[in-house]
Design a protein around this ligand. Structure first.
Ligand SMILES: Nc1ncnc2c1ncn2[C@@H]1O[C@H](COP(=O)(O)OP(=O)(O)O)[C@@H](O)[C@H]1O
Ligand SMILES: [Mg+2]
Length: 311
């Protein structure tokens, strides 16, 4: 009987819902290739002398076409620095970025950037905000209107086309920002803590919507967050960063089934275990895994006592 019970529990324990990679092994080839990125800022020390502050160090990662990658790490670990470089808004001190084999030199419409602060144009209505990138691309007026309507509907803002940003809630503004980025059809969406400023309920709705939109459009998404749960819910792979300097600590490939929803994940034991594992990695902020500590080949010690079949 005892034997039978343990046999019944065995499959879950031997089939972890994630696998772990170190920075060196994290995906080769791919749509976006980041090679040994390093970024420094110059800050004044107590003696008013300029001092080098390393914000990003030896950051290498390869991201596949249509992949959803979350970057998670404590505040100040270099997430925004990384995304600014990816967007072409900042140049790294050293290292290179290639998208589709081409070196990234500056901002371009192949990448949509969605920030926490919405960055909408306050004097433009929803429809005209969404149209902005299409105007830059010189898409003819009629075609522009069609595309705008498609993405306004996709993010659930049909009926709000003529509103101005100050007449919208935070969640609605973020939907406009998403629609605006999708409308000019970028290859890659870069999102920097896009849902950090909205309430918890709206955040879940936006997460579900982003998942639905991603399933539909299959854009390559790099999503920065300091929320472990959000990173795991959304991503195919979660990149865990350490701070001072910002490096990759570990990359977790998330094997939770899709389609996912925030509510559905909340009752998944595997989801909880992955969250716990990411939390563990963040707690133990002692540099890249494999240098300071041996990376376990799947689950942590705590897994021995709680296979997902127990729930
Ligand atoms: N323009 C800047 N000048 C000096 N230091 C900066 C600048 N931008 C960011 N930093 C510092 O670099 C580190 C990483 O910042 P950031 O990339 O914004 O982190 P995160 O987005 O993970 O919170 C932080 O310690 C921050 O204070
Ligand atoms: Mg940031």
């Amino acid at each position: 009987m005892t034997e039978k019970l343990s046999a019944a529990m065995a499959p879950a324990a031997s089939r972890p819902a994630w696998t772990e990679e170190t920075a060196e092994t994290a995906g080769r080839g791919g749509k976006i290739v980041l090679q040994s990125l390093r970024q420094v800022y110059y800050i004044r020390n107590e003696r008013k002398k300029l001092e080098e502050f390393v914000a990003l160090e030896d950051f290498s990662l390869s991201i596949g076409e249509g992949e959803f990658v979350s970057i998670v790490g404590p505040s100040g670990c270099g997430k925004s620095t990384l995304l600014d470089i990816l967007a072409g808004l900042a140049q790294p001190q050293s290292g290179e970025i290639h998208i589709d084999g081409k070196r990234v030199g500056g901002p371009a419409l192949d990448r949509g950037f969605i920030m926490q602060g919405y960055a909408l144009l306050p004097w433009r209505t929803v429809a005209r905000n969404v149209a902005y990138g299409l105007e830059v691309k010189r898409v003819p007026r009629r075609r522009r209107a069609e595309i705008c309507q498609k993405y306004i509907d996709l993010v659930g803002l049909g009926g709000f086309e003529d509103r101005y940003p100050n007449e919208l809630s935070g969640g609605m503004r973020q939907r406009v920002a998403i629609a605006r980025s999708l409308a000019y059809d970028p290859e890659v969406l870069l999102m920097d803590e896009p849902f950090a400023a909205v309430d918890a309920q709206t955040r879940e709705t936006l997460q579900d919507e982003l998942l639905r939109i991603w399933e539909k459009t299959r854009k390559t998404i790099v999503f920065v967050t300091h929320s472990i749960e959000e990173a795991v819910l959304l991503a195919d792979r979660v990149v865990v960063m350490t701070s001072r300097p910002g490096r990759i600590k570990q990359v977790l490939k998330i094997d939770l089934p899709r389609p996912r929803t925030a509510a559905g994940m909340r009752v998944s034991a595997d989801y909880s275990w992955i969250n716990h594992r990411v939390w563990e990695l963040l707690q133990n902020d002692d540099g890249p895994s494999g240098r300071a500590e041996a990376a376990p080949a799947g689950r942590s010690v705590a897994d021995e006592i709680a296979p997902s079949t127990l729930l």
